[in-house]
Design a protein around this ligand. Sequence first.
Ligand SMILES: [Zn+2]
Length: 249
Amino acid sequence: MATKKARRLIDKKKYYGVKTAEKKYRKEIFNTFYDPSLIESLLSENLPFIQQESFNEIVYDYFAAINKRIVQLFETARELLLDSFQKGSKRILDKEGGVVKFDEIEDTAAIDILIDQQLDYYEGVSQAQSKKVNQIIADGLEKGQDPQKISQQIHSSIRSISSKRAMRISRTEVVKSHVLGQVQTMKEAEIEEYNYITSNDSKVSKICRHNQGPKGREKIYQVQYAGTPNNPLPVLNSHPNCRCTVVIR
Ligand SMILES: [Zn+2]
């Protein structure tokens, strides 16, 4: 399988439309975890009392405020990931790169776990930020830095962590839900076998090259067991930022 032409088609079509969801999700995560005015208002209130204790309070208040916003972020995530799941469910490619039409899926349970997991990822962002902020404060106080400088460092570290995590979470989760949508359709349509297709360029990871199998003799996987180590799916069984896809065999 997979002539050059087929590969080009697959590459062109595989994640069509998910970039928008990815961008939107990235932006929402970033804005939830980095709000300069929120940091500013907390810091300006407390800056005159530069003692470890008052900074602990700042950190506490800051993350309490963030936690309130997470509820909203979670609702947005649910919409975006479900949308990507449904898009995936309509994007079943064959090995020539053609889109095959099937009935609409009925069961969306496969994505529920994924949606719930988002809360763990948000917690991870909060933890990473809180750890870093506490470290900045401890260092700053020990070195006797002025509050202004400490404040700047807090701003830039919260911004940087938010941006990196937002990128990683949005890319990974949107693609995951898309892949889960594809698998759900294949299951409901009683498709039995699939291939795992890489982008076939020099950036493809060792894991994915292995998952695909040698060119022209791509490995055959069982839809029924898709998402297990012996029947791998892109991202779910490979790594974040994976660009691979699945096609009907
Ligand atoms: Zn890959």
